[in-house]
Design a protein around this ligand. Structure first.
Ligand code: NCD
Length: 315
């Protein structure tokens, strides 16, 4: 029997290894629901879930929406381009207004790092972080780890390499905290301007040469250059970046034979990964999307289920 007591999912940093395992076990059962002819369960019937996206998203928003619907919740979608945010209404005012509908879960994506705790003062709902600036993207790390667990059969003692725009990536930070809790080692690789010194304090090994970084790794996570969070002066030309950090068939040959490659999406083929690898690598990247739905069903269920139920979840 495992106790689940968390009301919010704000950061992977807050979750224990046991709690992550609860999420993975539940996600496995929810994958089965998605294969049924009637892909719905009544777990969150009568609950209201609000998708509050102040930043663009395709996969994360759609999978949270579908996850909530498959659990029979009522879902409200809010995105800043179609809302009063574009008329100057503040984020806090928006949350206060939505509170009038008594929502049960707010799923928030926002460009300000680590700001979600402040919003707890304005809502009684559970908050799930769907990506806050450069800080964390906990459900992406959970789905990445769940995918690794499915393919590799374990999460312990692996060598995980994260490549690209390390500095601006919330996916990178959440994966570092997550994999480290399973005693896996994380290395990061990218141009020096993309790896701030504080990353060494996170207990990761830093590489600037992808050909070296790739040796002996079990898992590679390729990241997109987050152009929306920087100006392009960080590296002289895109061509130079591609030459040094794009995953090519030649580079991949240097990795272990059973090494897997993932990407949180959206992928810019021929920037992060050579399109000649698309046939080989795209299926697992799409599997991540499929697993994202199951992981989001699991976290919605865990934070949304009645307290009584939460406490008696079977492992
Ligand atoms: C990531 C994000 O938004 O942080 N994408 C995602 O959630 N699937 C990574 C990215 O945008 O590159």
């Amino acid at each position: 029997m495992v106790e689940w007591t968390k009301k919010h999912i704000l950061e992977i940093k807050d979750l224990t290894r046991q709690e992550m395992e609860v999420v993975f076990n539940l996600a496995s059962s929810f994958k089965e629901v998605s294969q049924r002819e009637v892909k719905k369960t009544p777990a969150l019937r009568g609950k209201t879930v609000v998708n509050l996206f102040f930043e663009n998203s395709t996969r994360t928003r759609t999978s949270f929406e579908l996850a909530a619907k498959r659990l029979s919740a009522d879902v409200l979608n809010f995105s800043s381009s179609t809302s009063s945010i574009s008329k100057g209404e503040s984020v806090v005012d928006t949350i206060k207004n939505l509170e009038s509908y008594h929502p049960d879960i707010l799923i928030i994506r926002i460009d300000t790092s680590a700001c979600l705790k402040n919003f707890l003062n304005y809502t009684k709902a559970s908050i799930i972080n769907a990506g806050d600036g450069k800080n964390e993207h906990p459900t992406q790390a959970l789905l990445d780890m769940f995918t690794v667990k499915e393919v590799k059969g374990k999460l312990e003692n692996l060598n995980v390499l994260i490549v690209g725009d390390i500095m601006h990536s919330r996916v990178c930070r959440s994966n570092i905290f997550g994999f480290q809790k399973f005693s896996s080692k994380v290395r990061v690789c990218g141009p020096p301007a993309f790896i701030p010194f504080e990353f060494e304090k996170l207990g990761v090994d830093v590489f600037y040469d992808l050909d070296k970084a790739i040796e002996e790794v079990d898992v590679i996570i390729m990241l997109r250059i987050q152009r929306e969070r920087q100006n392009l002066a960080y590296f002289s030309t895109l061509r130079e970046y591609v030459e040094n950090f794009s995953l090519t068939p030649q580079r991949l040959k240097r990795a272990k034979r059973d090494c897997i490659v993932m990407h949180p999406g959206p992928v810019n083929w021929d920037v992060e990964i050579s399109s000649t690898l698309k046939d080989e690598l795209h299926p697992l990247i799409l599997k991540q999307v499929e697993n994202g739905l199951a992981i989001r069903m699991a976290v919605l269920y865990l934070v949304g289920a009645e307290k009584r139920e939460r406490k008696t979840l079977r492992k």
